[in-house]
Design a protein around this ligand. Structure first.
Ligand code: PAF
Length: 280
């Protein structure tokens, strides 16, 4: 497995037609089974698999966890080597955002709701770094986790709007045995918080069940979900919404909407922010 930290070195690599399709898994490192499932899907569908590891400063807000974000580069490389990844691209910030950098990619619709409403510059950072990585790696297929469904939708729109010739694949969320969606940020949880954390997915599942039992009033469903999440006082709800998969805007009623909406939530457990979603 080759590890490249330098843009010039990456650009020298010219993948031959026999080495394509080229699969790409962008990550911020601190890899878990969720990332590895993306790598495995790329390995199944592509001739060559490239993984990037880069903690992208522009997608973190001023008071967010950029400095504390877990960095486990040696362990990540070992896991990727075991998975048979061909190349790891791990650029420095000086390479990605050199002095004087002033061009950003902004998606203006899908990025404004849900997480975008609470993390104003987040998706601008995500679209900018992923556009840059796409330009550098030149993948045929890119793999992302559905845990970050809004991120996937925003990036899919960027690819469409900017005529990028890349197939976008959304892969199912990988969960711990108790339902908690895998996330690098789960590492921040204390043992006590870790016990409470699965309540997020459990509540989304219960909401899904109530929907299947005939609750088609989305406002009532959300109200019920919030009361469940906040019942014991451990979880603070940042948002809980039922949204259209098409435009990521909240919906109020769920008659004849099967397969067209999803529940999305962001909660705080202490200082740790967890997100999850479930399709209806
Ligand atoms: O999902 C992530 O880990 C990041 O947002 C991504 C796509 C690697 C961009 O930094």
């Amino acid at each position: 497995m080759q590890v490249i930290k330098n843009i010039a070195e990456l650009c020298k690599l010219n993948f031959s037609p026999e080495q394509r399709p080229l699969g790409f898994v962008p990550t911020m490192g601190c890899l878990h089974e969720g990332h590895l499932s993306l790598v495995r899907q790329s390995r199944e569908q592509c001739q060559t698999t490239v993984v990037s590891i880069y903690v992208n400063p522009t997608q973190f807000g001023a008071h967010e966890d950029f400095d504390n974000y877990p960095r486990t580069f040696a362990r990540d490389c070992e896991l990727l080597r075991q998975e048979g990844v061909d190349l790891v691209f791990a650029p420095t910030t000086q390479q990605i955002y050199p002095d004087g950098f002033s061009t950003y990619v902004i998606e203006e619709k899908l990025s404004t709701s849900l997480c975008g409403g609470f993390r104003p510059a987040h998706f601008r950072g995500v679209t900018t770094i992923v556009a840059k990585l796409f330009n550098l790696v030149k993948p045929d297929i890119a793999f992302f986790g559905e845990k970050d469904l809004q991120q996937f939708k925003v990036l899919e729109k960027m690819v469409l709007d900017l005529n990028m010739d890349i197939t976008m694949r959304a892969c199912p969320t990988v969960r711990e045995k108790d339902g908690l969606a895998m996330s690098s940020r789960n590492n921040y949880l204390t043992p006590e918080q870790r016990e409470v954390a699965p309540k997020l997915f459990y509540t989304l599942k219960q909401m899904q069940q109530r929907y299947h039992q005939g609750e088609h009033d989305a406002v009532a469903l959300v109200q019920w979900g919030k009361s469940q999440l906040e019942e014991t006082g451990d979880l603070r709800v940042q948002y809980l919404e039922v949204c259209s998969l098409r435009d990521l805007q909240p919906v109020t009623q769920l008659s004849n909407t099967a397969g067209k909406t999803f529940i999305a939530a962001a909660v705080y457990l202490g200082e740790t922010r967890l997100i999850d979603n479930l399709k209806l």
